[in-house]
Design a protein around this ligand. Structure first.
Ligand SMILES: [Zn+2]
Length: 293
């Protein structure tokens, strides 16, 4: 953190399970704040001292429990809040289902591509404007991906580094036919959270990359009986639950390792210049707040 401005460079957005971790798992909490934005208040952001560095931590689905499903997360408020705090890099996590036959519950995945099948989420900061026509390749920040893979490698954990995440609207899970369709169009994972989060981050020139742990099999990928009254109703087989728990419990170490690796990189990626074309021709100024609304 910049002591004079209170700015932070990195925000960690915790997905499913984030509310189960004590803050101390990631660092010492020094402050907690909610940022007022043109899109309403952000989710609470904890400022943590983590290995002599201040980082933000936001739990996407709720502070103490899973209290907000993916379609109702205020992505614009959260990403706007990140930018307002000075964040340059967002590391997010989520727990999608496996479509690819080589992926199993508990596996770690650093996806490299994204298909948007959401239907009714606000997708941009630039409503009714002539800006925002932005290339999406690489889809995720290569530097954060490199840092993630470095951190996971240090823990000797296997990790899939090529995977396409399909983002659905939710909150319901998918039908078997929908999953067959997603497989045909190249999907390896299915979840509900990376859209529009990743795209909004790019609009504000923030680096963004996700870390995923497979939390279940997508519908129809395996013959699995319906189990009444349990999480995912049987698409996470009982004997795999410990693998999912083990993956999630490694996250504090992975996040801290990733932050260490990130500190040694120089942000030479293209993310920070996503809006350069518009700046260069005078469509927008240097103050990003003026780009919005
Ligand atoms: Zn980047």
């Amino acid at each position: 953190m910049d002591k004079a401005t209170g700015a932070i460079d990195v925000l960690v957005i915790g997905g499913s399970g984030a509310y189960h971790f004590p803050a101390e798992a990631f660092g010492v909490e020094t402050r907690r704040l909610t940022v007022e934005t043109p899109f309403g208040p952000s989710a609470p952001i904890r400022i943590l001292e983590c290995d002599d560095r201040a980082v933000g931590f936001l739990s996407r689905h709720g502070e103490n429990s899973y209290s907000m499903t993916a379609p109702y997360v205020n992505y614009r408020a959260n990403v706007y809040a990140a930018k307002a705090l000075g964040v340059q890099q967002i590391l997010s996590w989520s727990g999608p289902g496996a479509i690819h036959e080589a992926f199993h519950p508990g596996d770690l995945v650093v996806p490299d591509d994204l298909i948007d099948l959401t239907r009714q989420r606000p997708l941009t900061f630039f409503e009714g404007k002539g800006i925002g026509f932005i290339r999406q390749n690489p889809v995720f920040c290569p530097e954060i991906r490199q840092a993630l893979q470095g951190a996971i490698g240090e823990l000797n954990r296997p990790c899939h580094t090529r995977a396409t995440y399909v983002c659905t609207e939710g909150p319901r899970l998918e039908t078997p036919a929908e999953i067959r369709y997603m497989k045909q169009i190249g999907g390896d994972l299915v979840g509900m959270t990376l859209v529009p989060e990743a795209f909004l981050a790019r609009e504000l020139e923030i680096c963004y990359a996700p870390l995923c742990y497979i939390s279940n099999y997508a519908e129809g990928v395996r013959e699995l009986p319906y189990e009444k009254g349990v999480l995912f109703e049987g698409t996470l087989p009982g004997h795999d639950r410990h693998r999912v728990d083990a993956a999630l419990s490694a996250f504090p170490k992975i996040v801290r390792g990733t932050l260490r690796h990130l500190a040694s990189l120089h942000r030479d990626c293209s993310c920070k210049d996503a809006m350069l074309r518009y700046r260069s021709r005078g469509d927008i100024g240097d103050d990003w707040r003026g780009w919005i609304g």
